[in-house]
Design a binder for this molecule. Structure first.
Ligand code: AMP
Length: 263
């Protein structure tokens, strides 16, 4: 079994990893990190949430960008605000010892002016939801013309949520010669189409089996009448106080259609 050091990560990242308490690389990290560090290539990775995929693209991106520059070089697109914040926080933790690193999260439902101010200070990496990102690009509040690495995280979810046009528009404003790394739990036709359209001979890795969920996450479901769904969610939240609020909101937005507000 390899170590993080074997994968070729630099001292600053290794120190961050020690602080986080990660001992050995997960399967997706072991497969993706050496490829992304050593080659300028596009990549399609089939991996579920909980497999450590954020670090699989996060470590190479942190190591490859020029931290002395204030230009935006890395763009990570993710489907929800919660995931966007989670990725941004993970990236900050991974890059704790990368001096001068500035990771900014851009998502809807929060002040666009504040987010624009943060970007203006010089964000080497932006983690964004597609809708708000497109909005900021059209208002010229972000510059995506120098992006070298773009990540489509949970690509299948982003397409399910109707972000295809936004993603297409965003990516078409980025340089042709950048690398794109696509992570998805499943590979439906729509994801394959995006991969064909925006990627050049991507390398492919699969973690676990296609369309199967990770061992680290257990799945449970409850059948309830549609009108009882808020109450059911509330009970689940009460019974599982260790759920992060973000996770809970994300369950709410993904799995209870039309559910806007928990009373
Ligand atoms: P992700 O699949 O990126 O959402 O990661 C799931 C969780 O596993 C996150 O809380 C990470 O901080 C954690 N994690 C990622 N890589 C490792 C590792 N190699 N060892 C232990 N925990 C990890």
């Amino acid at each position: 079994m390899s170590t993080f050091q074997d994968l070729g990560l630099n001292e600053d990242l290794l120190k961050g990893i020690t602080d986080l308490g990660f001992e050995t690389p997960s399967e997706v990290q072991e497969k993706a990190i050496p490829i992304l560090l050593n080659e300028d290539t596009d990549l399609v990775a089939l991996a579920q949430t909980g497999t450590g995929k954020t670090a699989a693209f996060g470590f190479p991106m942190l190591q490859k960008i020029d931290i002395d520059s204030r230009t935006t070089q890395g763009l990570i697109l993710s489907p929800t605000r919660e995931l966007c914040l989670q990725i941004a926080n993970e990236m900050k933790a991974y890059g704790k010892y990368c001096k001068g690193l500035n990771v900014v999260a851009i998502y809807g439902g929060s002040s666009i002016t504040d987010q624009a101010r943060e970007v203006k200070r010089g964000a080497q990496i932006i983690v964004a939801t597609p809708g708000r990102m497109k909005d900021m690009i059209s208002r010229r509040l972000v510059d995506i013309t120098k992006i070298q690495y773009s990540v489509l995280d949970e690509a299948d979810e982003m397409l399910n949520m109707g972000f295809k046009e936004d993603i297409t528009e965003i990516l078409s404003g980025t340089p042709e010669d950048k690398n794109t790394w696509l992570f998805s739990a499943t590979m439906p036709k729509e994801v394959a189409t995006i991969a064909r359209k925006f990627m050049k001979s991507p390398q492919e890795i699969t973690v676990g089996h296609k369309n199967e969920s990770t061992d680290n996450v257990s799945h449970e479901y409850y059948l309830v009448n549609a009108r009882d769904r808020y109450q059911a969610l509330k009970r689940l939240a009460d019974a599982n106080p260790r759920y992060l609020f973000g996770d809970f909101l994300s369950y709410q937005t993904r799995y209870t259609k039309g559910c806007r507000k928990l009373n």
